[in-house]
Design a protein around this ligand. Structure first.
Ligand code: NAD
Length: 297
């Protein structure tokens, strides 16, 4: 099918590539020329704005960094809502349920259906097509695009109400953020006490402490000191803040969320928002005066 794709960053790039490889015709747009070039080389058409994308495709997908950017691209001046051909907007970004509902309402006023479609599984999952694809929106439109979405991974229809898939996504990412923050403190504690971090990770992965940070990020990206998961600290902090905000609004206890959010606020302030999110271990290392993995000193 003809698909518009806006936002060809760490996630959008491999997802758009998979759509082309599956035989779909893509019209692409990103504010960065270097982001669109590899897709154009694979046969995608280049558009000049989000509205231009929406002039050329009935289905427009977006994978954008922040809720404010998604709202501007979807509903602002020169945005998707001003396109002539677009019938549905599939938001692959993590925006939170409130922004998703507001954008869905603004698009509905222009007869455009929004399908919320946040994803989980990282850049590696986007490359391999093994993402968890969380979908909410009108069933008839979901049915029309389900095959295209299945190119990204396993599709889960969460519900019909705008924002439901976003609630699912921020719950998931809160757990991923917690695994990173908690494993950082546990492993740094062990290293300071004289334990070998590689052995710690092996034991944790054979025991009940096993989690997404211990099975993947610590072994592949922290012990190696490569810090290259492809997801920034700023984006993880955004997700944890969205989760904390939603839980607070719903009157759900947030003791753990608040503590985890603090770890990400610290990493964002000290290491920087553009750093890979695996660097969340570094403020813990600094305070403890030890380093996990890498060269032995
Ligand atoms: P990214 O920053 O790598 O990519 C975003 C892309 O959007 C960039 O290429 C940027 O140039 C482009 N962009 C920014 N403003 C734009 C605009 N106004 N118009 C058009 N393009 C614009 O971010 P990412 O890591 O690919 O994440 C994208 C979304 O997916 C985020 O909402 C993130 O939370 C979510 N997500 C990321 C991961 C991950 O592991 N990286 C995993 C799951 C979900």
């Amino acid at each position: 099918m003809d698909i518009g794709f806006i936002g060809l960053g760490n996630m959008g790039q491999p997802m758009a590539r998979r759509l082309i490889e599956a035989g779909h015709s893509l019209v692409v747009y990103d504010t960065r020329n270097d982001a669109v070039a590899p897709l154009v080389a694979l046969g995608a058409q280049l558009a000049g704005s989000p509205a231009d994308v929406a002039d050329r495709a009935e289905t427009v997908m977006a994978s954008l960094p922040t809720p404010a950017i998604v709202t501007a691209v979807a509903t602002g001046q020169g945005g998707v809502s001003q396109g002539k051909r677009v019938k549905r907007f599939i938001d692959l970004s993590t925006t939170g349920p409130g922004v998703a509902a507001a954008n869905a309402a603004a698009l509905a006023a222009k007869d455009i259906v929004q399908i919320d479609c946040p994803v989980s599984g990282g850049v590696a999952g986007a490359v391999k097509g093994t993402l968890a694809v969380m979908v909410s929106g009108p069933r008839a439109d979901i049915d029309l695009v389900q095959d295209a979405l299945a190119v990204f991974g396993k599709v889960f229809v969460i519900g019909g109400k705008p924002g439901m898939a976003q609630t699912m996504k921020i719950a998931n990412n809160f757990l991923s953020a917690t695994a990173m923050a908690a494993t950082s403190e546990a492993v740094v504690m062990g290293v300071k006490a004289g334990l070998d971090p590689a052995i710690m990770i092996e034991v944790i992965n054979s025991g009940s402490g096993r989690n997404t940070a211990s099975t993947d990020k610590f072994a592949q990206r922290i012990l190696t000191r490569t810090f290259d998961a492809g997801f920034t600290t700023a984006l993880m902090l955004k997700d944890v803040r969205l989760c904390l905000q939603e839980a607070t609004a719903l009157g759900v206890p947030t003791g753990v969320m608040a503590a985890v959010a603090q770890s990400w606020e610290t990493a964002n302030a000290e290491i920087g928002g553009e750093a890979d999110f695996t660097t969340v271990v570094q403020p813990v290392e600094r305070r403890a005066g030890v380093t996990v993995g890498g060269e032995k000193t």
